[in-house]
Design a binder for this molecule. Structure first.
Ligand SMILES: Cc1cc2nc3c(=O)[nH]c(=O)nc-3n(C[C@H](O)[C@H](O)[C@H](O)COP(=O)(O)O)c2cc1C
Length: 216
């Protein structure tokens, strides 16, 4: 299935804005959510480690769990979104790195020599990394997936809100993941905009390019 409804790059990217009230009648099938994740995981990551894990909440029971640790001001999104995709970074992603490259070699996509070179170059960096380093790497990967998901959702005709306002200390455990291995990156609420309820949302502005850029 390929359900791209908006293939206008300019509209998808430049007209994205946070939506905090969604149309509660508009549901998204698990098939389409799965397709959106399939398109999301094409995001790049350091060494192609793919250090992300998605917990998709699209049921009332799941939303009840989110309500237990989301900050009050994020409850409208929880209540009205068709789905909330909670993105975690995986600090153990490097442990399956060997499998990824073995598979590539088995399928003849790279030579065994090239595989060994890649593993020799990158694996020791991760094996020697501190936990903090692995957390940083996992959160950068998770964040790139998050941005890709927000744009993929737009291409599917939906809007999103990125959410970090929750108790990060308890997120993994409440959502059934090992809290040492999986670090919360952000949640993405997805659905169709409730235009009427969202109309008072302030249109955000940005600093000037000069303020945030230098050329060297
Ligand atoms: C990492 C991250 C965390 C955010 N957390 C929240 C949040 O907890 N609640 C919320 O309402 N919006 C949240 N936002 C949305 C931002 O407020 C919003 O992206 C920003 O104000 C720019 O507005 P725009 O998305 O409409 O362009 C978050 C955005 C990002 C990227």
């Amino acid at each position: 299935m390929m359900t791209i409804r908006n293939n206008d790059f300019t509209d998808v990217v430049l007209n994205r804005h946070s939506v905090r009230y969604f149309d509660t009648e508009a549901k998204i099938s698990r098939e389409e959510l799965t397709e959106m994740i399939q398109q999301t995981i094409l995001a790049p990551s350091a060494c192609n480690l793919q250090p992300w894990k998605f917990v998709i909440i699209d049921t009332e029971e799941g939303k009840e769990k989110l309500r237990s640790f989301f900050l009050q001001f994020n409850l409208p999104q929880v209540d009205t979104a068709a789905a909330i995709v909670f993105i975690f970074g995986d600090t153990n992603a490097y442990k399956s790195y060997r499998d990824v490259w073995n598979k590539a070699a088995e399928e003849g996509r790279i030579s065994p020599e090239k595989r060994d070179e890649v593993l020799r170059t990158f694996l020791p960096l991760y094996e020697a990394a501190s936990y903090e380093g692995l957390v940083t790497d996992a959160k950068i990967g998770g964040s790139l997936a998050a941005m890709q998901l927000m744009l993929v959702a737009r291409a599917h005709g939906y809007d999103t809100n990125a959410i970090q306002g929750y108790n990060a200390k308890v997120a993994a455990e409440i959502l059934g993941l090992d809290p040492v291995r999986y670090v919360p990156t952000m949640a993405i609420a997805i659905g169709k905009e409730d235009v009427l309820k969202n109309k008072d949302t302030v249109k955000t502005t940005r600093y000037s390019v000069d303020d945030v850029t230098t050329f060297l």
